[in-house]
Every structure is written in structure tokens, then in C-alpha cells.
Design a binder for this molecule. Structure first.
Ligand code: PMP
Ligand code: GLU
Length: 398
């Protein structure tokens, strides 16, 4: 049957595809080490689970307001005030079925055919396709490993055209783990204040998973003039180990939020009522658990980078947050294991899956074919086993 052009334009999510492949092999009894999908390996903390159960038993099981309950919006505004020192009220908040859905709604509300959206590359897999789904045009800015994969102000300036409508920032970054410092952001903000029509999306979904005492900052925090045209994206998936609950949110200009609520009202309606209730408990509860989570990822990160950099032909910048590494493995491209040749990141990911039963995501899905992405949200035992397998598989390539 003929499909709409819209769907023909987009690719399936590479991260979710790899996860499905890894799960299918596991179902066949194969012990796959899954560095593929990015989600914390811990259960949702007990106090949040309890809130979910209480919501069900207490009858919080009906439709809510389309854009989220007042209780959750208040908890979101309070948590943003604490973390960012920025004030928002209920009319500035849209709660959706995950951060991904909040972004989708925002793009649908803001982007028109032909609008250009600047995306520093490497980027999270879904940005270009979500932009394409809104008929807009992704403009990739290739960021060099020598600059820690950060976009420089002159690169931003050069990418801006009369058609530029939006810039997407993601720090700490998926896939590189890179975090933009106050100075980095100030330099970018200097460019952005001169281009008043550009809307900024600050994807801060990993802002609480930051290492080495890094200071948490984003564009509107360093340049208050940018606040009114910035949309902040965050959610509970990563911070509170709630990926399956599907709650994410954006904060920004009230009129645009209203427009995005209209789109949500004609598609999914409100996000799950029980998950909203539990998310309010998550944001209002004991935040010491978040620090513990971040410390755990930091410890693992050191181990992961240590293991990777000991492998011949592998280099890897040190992440400052999130739970991903993005090693360059291209020194192995062109080599063979038996009659199997590996020439790019997709073939490398396939080779590791088949020869070592290790799931990784090809860097090409993030705009950098020299690299592969590994999520280290795995137990130390699995990490050790996974890196032993990768080391063996890479040394078999000659
Ligand atoms: N932004 C980035 C950079 C991500 O890695 C994710 C994880 N999928 C999201 C947004 C959205 O996460 P979720 O839909 O689970 O809230
Ligand atoms: N953000 C995660 C990842 O990049 C989850 C998968 C997804 O939503 O694409 O692996």
C-alpha cells in the first residue's frame, strides 16, 4: 500500500532497533551484553513505585487535563527553580508521554515546511527525523573531537541562514557525554542574542547526571535574554529510572505551550494519570537517590573509558555526564575476521553483535561514522564481560 511521504522520509530509531535485536537474541537463550539502548539498569525507586500503587488504589485513573495535572506542573516548576534558578508557572509547562513526545509536539507546533533547524553533530538519533516529520530541514554542524565534540560560536554563526528557525542543544550529550561549560555557553549566547528569531531547544534530560563536580548550566541560565525564546526539555526517565512510565515535559513561552497542548489534545490526550502522579512524587521526594545514581554512573564511566583506551586502535574522549561513551573505532575499518570485512560503524555493530554477542549502536545513527555508541547503564559484571568480549572481537580483526 502507498505510504505517506512523511513516513518515507524518516528512519526507524537506531537505538530502539538495536534494543529489539538484542532482546530477540536474549529470548533465544543467547547471553547478549546490551550496551545498546540508553536506560538506567535500576528499578524505579521504592517511594515512586509506592506513589504509583497509591494512585491506582486511590482512583487516580481517569483522564487528566491534556497538558498534565496541576500537581505535576507545580512539582516540575519547583524542581526547575531549584536546579536552574529560573521561574516558570503552570501555563509554561506541557507534560507529555516522555521527553520524546514533548519534543515532537513542540516541533509540530513551531516548525513549518522549509524551516531550518541547527543540530550540532554528533546528535541524539531522533532529532533529525523528528524535524523531518515536521517538514523542516535538519542542518548538521559537524563538531570535531579535537574540540571535545562541542559546537564553536563561529560554527554556529556560519550555520545560520535567513531560514534558521531553531537550534537544538543537548548537554550533557547523548551520545558523547560532553557538557558545555559556562564559558562555552556564553560564547554561543553572544551569537544567539544577535539572531532574535532563533528558538532554542535545550534538551537537559541528563542534567542531573553530571560528573567531576561539573557545574550545571544551560543557555538561559548564562544569558537571561534568551529565556523567553528557549524551551527546556526534561523528564523523569533518566533521573528517576522511569523510562517505561513515559513522562517528559517542556517549559517555555505560554502561547507556544498552548499550541503544543492543542496538538497533544488531538493525538494522545493526557499522559498516563498514574505515571503523572508517580512523577510528582519523584520530583518532590528524596533527591539523595539522584546523586547516588549519578555517582554510580561516574564510577562506571571511569572503568569504561579505562577499558576502551587500553584497546589498540580505540580512542575515547572522557564524558562529563549522561551514561554513554562514543569511542572512535575507525582504525579497525578495512580489517577482516575470517572473510568478514568491517568497513563502517554499521558493519562494526553487526560484527560485534554476531561475533561477540555485544549490542552497540553504530555511530552513523548519531552523525559520526568513525564511532560506535555504548550505554554503560549496566552492572559492573556485565561491563567487565562486555569489554572482555569487545577486546577479543577487535583483536580478531586483522
Ligand atoms: N533526549 C535525549 C538526548 C535522550 O537521550 C532521550 C532518551 N530517549 C530523550 C530526550 C527522551 O527520553 P524519554 O522520551 O524517555 O523522556
Ligand atoms: N535515549 C535512549 C537512547 O538514546 C533511549 C532510546 C530512544 O528513546 O531512542 O538510547
Amino acid at each position: 500500500m502507498k505510504l505517506a511521504q512523511r513516513v518515507v522520509r524518516v528512519k526507524p530509531s537506531a537505538t530502539l532497533t538495536i534494543n529489539a535485536k538484542a532482546k530477540a537474541l536474549k529470548a533465544k537463550g543467547i547471553q547478549v551484553v546490551n550496551f545498546g539502548v540508553g536506560e538506567p539498569d535500576f528499578d524505579t525507586p521504592q517511594y515512586i513505585q509506592d506513589a504509583g500503587v497509591k494512585a491506582i488504589l486511590g482512583g487516580q485513573t481517569r483522564y487528566t487535563a491534556v497538558g498534565g495535572t496541576d500537581e505535576l506542573k507545580d512539582a516540575i516548576c519547583k524542581s526547575i527553580q531549584n536546579d536552574y534558578g529560573l521561574s516558570y508557572s503552570r501555563e509554561n509547562v506541557l507534560v507529555s508521554c516522555g521527553g520524546k513526545h514533548a519534543l515532537y509536539n513542540l516541533f509540530q507546533a513551531l516548525l513549518d515546511s522549509g524551516d531550518e533547524v541547527i543540530i550540532p553533530s554528533p546528535y541524539w538519533v531522533s532529532y533529525p527525523d523528528m524535524v523531518a516529520l515536521a517538514d523542516a530541514v535538519p542542518v548538521h554542524v559537524p563538531c570535531r573531537v579535537e574540540n571535545s565534540f562541542k559546537m564553536l560560536p563561529e560554527q554556529l554563526e556560519a550555520a545560520i541562514t535567513p531560514k534558521t528557525r531553531m537550534l537544538i542543544m543537548n548537554s550533557p550529550s547523548n551520545p558523547t557525554g560532553v557538557h558545555y561549560s559556562r564559558a562555552d555557553l556564553k560564547a554561543l549566547a553572544e551569537v544567539l542574542v544577535r539572531h532574535e528569531d532563533i528558538v532554542i531547544v535545550s534538551d537537559d534530560i541528563y542534567n542531573r547526571i553530571l560528573f567531576g563536580g561539573c557545574e550545571w548550566v544551560n543557555l538561559p541560565m548564562v544569558e537571561p535574554k534568551l529565556k523567553e525564546r528557549t524551551f527546556i526539555l526534561n523528564g523523569v526517565s533518566k533521573t528517576y529510572c522511569m523510562t517505561g512510565w513515559r513522562i517528559g515535559y517542556i517549559l517555555g513561552d505560554a502561547d507556544v505551550i498552548k499550541a503544543a497542548v492543542k496538538i497533544q489534545g488531538q493525538s494522545t490526550s493526557n499522559p498516563n494519570s498514574i505515571a503523572q502522579y508517580a512523577s510528582a512524587a519523584a520530583l518532590g521526594g528524596d533527591q539523595a537517590l539522584v546523586k547516588e545514581l549519578s555517582d554510580t554512573f561516574e564510577k562506571r564511566c571511569r572503568y569504561v573509558v579505562d577499558r576502551l583506551t587500553q584497546m589498540p586502535g580505540v580512542s575515547c574522549p572522557m564524558p562529563q555526564g549522561a551514561f554513554y561513551v562514543f569511542p572512535n573505532v575507525s582504525a579497525h575499518y578495512g580489517k577482516k575476521a575470517g572473510d568478514r570485512k568491517v568497513t563502517n560503524s554499521l558493519e562494526m555493530a553487526d560484527y560485534l553483535m554476531e561475533a561477540a554477542h555485544v549490542a552497540v549502536v553504530p555511530g552513523s545513527a548519531f552523525g559520526e561514522d568513525r564511532c560506535i555508541r555504548l550505554s554503560y547503564a549496566l552492572s559492573m559484571d556485565d561491563l567487565k564481560e562486555g569489554f572482555d568480549r569487545i577486546a577479543r572481537a577487535l583483536s580478531a580483526l586483522v
